[in-house]
Structure formats: structure tokens, C-alpha cells
Ligand binder design. Structure first.
Ligand SMILES: Nc1ncnc2c1ncn2[C@@H]1O[C@H](COP(=O)(O)OP(=O)(O)OP(=O)(O)O)[C@@H](O)[C@H]1O
Length: 291
């Protein structure tokens, strides 16, 4: 799937600005960004629910906006299943089969059993966790090649959450399906995503393979005999400061920050392990992140 120069304006507001990226088959891609960055609008445009103001989304060389048959290759699972609440399981299967001709009934029944989901006359009767699992069961049963999920684990207890994450990872491992996930749960993405796309103010701020992203930075705890000299402050990102103890992020490439710090003979200089959350704070936190 290729998202090409995608822009979306709503009521004169440019919500998405010239977004371009590729999604490889068989990958899990995390879309991250601060509240209001444009993630949901991006997912809704990628799935053809919203029309772009400019740009395109292609599967192979076919635009999803101009080739209705490509709809069977993409499914969007919103963060709320409110729209499904008055349907029975049977009715929904019938509806999805109409849009997704490859809908796999046997697989649907197998997954319903695996997740102990009973048939129901009203999806609204399911608990929140059951609704989330049901949405995923339906999504994977459609045999769509691209499963697009908005906050799939939001509000779920830890047991259901693990079930959700397990089904996602298993499905990608077993088939060529790609899963695109918008989530604020960076710890969860960290454990399963291949790629991370950071969205800032409606634009792609960065797109990295997760391992590459983490290897570009170093997280260090450093203690100075006095406060951090100004000349160092301008070269690093400070994640946390408690008295003279600083937790900082240093960019590895093209920065002399480490040498300048060591020159100051700090009392302690200890490398810590880097997380996706640390990169998020540095890249998207702006000036307000020092705590
Ligand atoms: N239908 C709409 N009409 C007007 N503004 C909208 C509409 N949909 C989205 N927006 C605006 O677009 C911006 C991006 O919203 P969006 O929901 O895509 O962000 P998000 O990154 O998913 O946020 P969150 O993480 O809080 O869910 C926000 O400023 C929002 O107010």
C-alpha cells in the first residue's frame, strides 16, 4: 500500500499535509503522534471513508478511491464499535460478506470459539473487551490484506489486551496481512511494530524501522558536580532533572555532545536502555517535556 502526497482539509483547516509512506506486506506499522495530530483522520482517509483533498492511496498501482474492488483489501476498525451495537453477529457477518467476498466463514467460527465469543442478537450486549475482540475477529475473517486499527487496546483489561496483541502478532506471522495501528500505547507498539510513523501537526515527522530509530539515540543518566553547563544543554534533550541528576537523550550521529559532557568530568555517566516513549518525547514533546 502506498500513501501518496495525501492532504485533507476540513472546514478550511489543513488537517493532513502532504503525507507519503509505504506499507510493506506482512508488516506491523505503528502510527503515533500527540492528541489531535491527525492520526484518526489519516486512517479514515487511508480506508476511503474520507476523500482526500489531494493525493492518493494505492494498492499496487490502483487508487482505492477510483477502483471500488480494492475496498475488499482494506478494513478499518474504529476505536469504538458503537455503530455495530444494534446488529446481531449473524447480521454483521452477512453485511461484511457483501463487502468482502473473500470473507472466511470457517475462520470466523474458529476465532469466535477461540476467544469464547458467543453468538448474540445484539453486539451492544457484549462487554467492551468482547466487542474489541469481535471487531478483530471480523476484521481478520474478511481476509483483507490491510487491517487498519484505531486504538485497538484502549480501555481493555490486561488479559483481553494480551489476547488482542497475540491475535495481531499471530495473524501477521501466519499470513501476508499488514496491520496498521494508531495507538498511544507506545509500550505495546514497541513489542510488536516493525515500523513507526510519527505524525506531527498533520505531517509525517519521521518514519523509521523501530530498531533503527532506537539505535539513533542514546539515553544517559548523568550527574554533574554543579548544574549542567549551558553549552551542554543546547546539545542534548533533557527528559528529567532531579537536582543535579539529569536523564538525557543524545543523538548519536553528528553530535559531539558525549565528548563535551565527558570533558566536564561528570560524577556519574551511565547509559540506560532507550524506549519508543523516549524517542516520542524528544521528537514530539516540544519545549514542555522536561519534568
Ligand atoms: N470532522 C471534523 N471537523 C473539524 N475538525 C476535525 C474533524 N475531524 C478532525 N478534526 C480536527 O483535526 C485534527 C486532527 O484530529 P484527529 O482526530 O485526526 O487526531 P488524532 O491524532 O487521532 O487525535 P487523538 O490522538 O486525540 O485521537 C484535530 O484538530 C481535530 O479537531
Amino acid at each position: 500500500m502506498r500513501v501518496e502526497n495525501l492532504s485533507k482539509r476540513i472546514h478550511q483547516n489543513e488537517i493532513l499535509k502532504d503525507i507519503t509512506f509505504n506499507i510493506e506486506p506482512g508488516s506491523i506499522v505503528g502510527i503515533v503522534g500527540r492528541n489531535g495530530a491527525g492520526k484518526t483522520t489519516l486512517l479514515r482517509t487511508m480506508t476511503g471513508i474520507l476523500d482526500p483533498t489531494r493525493g492518493d492511496v494505492k494498492i499496487g498501482d490502483k487508487s482505492i478511491f477510483k477502483n471500488p474492488e480494492t475496498k475488499q483489501d482494506v478494513i478499518f476498525v474504529p476505536d469504538s464499535s458503537e455503530a455495530l451495537k444494534n446488529y446481531s453477529t449473524k447480521e454483521l457477518v452477512r453485511l461484511y460478506k457483501a463487502v468482502y467476498p473473500r470473507f472466511d466463514n470457517d475462520y470466523f467460527n474458529e476465532l469466535m470459539e477461540r476467544f469464547s465469543l458467543p453468538e448474540t442478537k445484539k453486539i451492544g450486549n457484549y462487554s467492551k473487551g468482547m466487542k474489541a475482540l469481535f471487531s478483530l475477529v471480523v476484521a481478520f475473517s474478511t481476509r483483507a490484506r490491510y487491517i487498519i486499527l484505531d486504538e485497538p487496546t484502549d480501555g481493555l483489561d490486561v488479559i483481553v489486551k494480551r489476547k488482542v496483541l497475540k491475535i495481531l502478532v499471530e495473524e501477521v506471522a501466519l499470513s501476508d496481512v499488514s496491520v496498521i495501528i494508531s495507538s498511544h500505547r507506545l509500550d505495546e507498539l514497541e513489542f510488536m511494530a516493525n515500523d513507526i510513523i510519527m505524525i506531527k501537526d498533520g505531517k509525517v515527522d519521521s518514519h523509521y524501522e523501530l530498531d533503527e530509530m532506537k539505535s539513533m539515540y542514546k539515553k544517559v543518566q548523568v550527574v554533574f558536580s554543579d548544574y549542567m553547563p549551558e553549552k551542554i544543554k543546547s546539545k542534548v534533550s533533557i527528559l528529567n532533572q532531579t537536582g543535579r541528576v539529569y536523564t538525557i537523550i543524545i543523538e548519536k550521529n553528528g553530535s559531539d555532545a558525549e565528548a563535551v559532557i565527558l570533558d566536564e568530568k561528570p560524577l556519574l555517566y551511565e547509559e540506560l536502555s532507550m524506549s519508543l516513549e523516549d524517542v516520542f518525547v524528544v521528537k514530539l514533546g516540544g519545549e514542555e517535556f522536561v519534568s
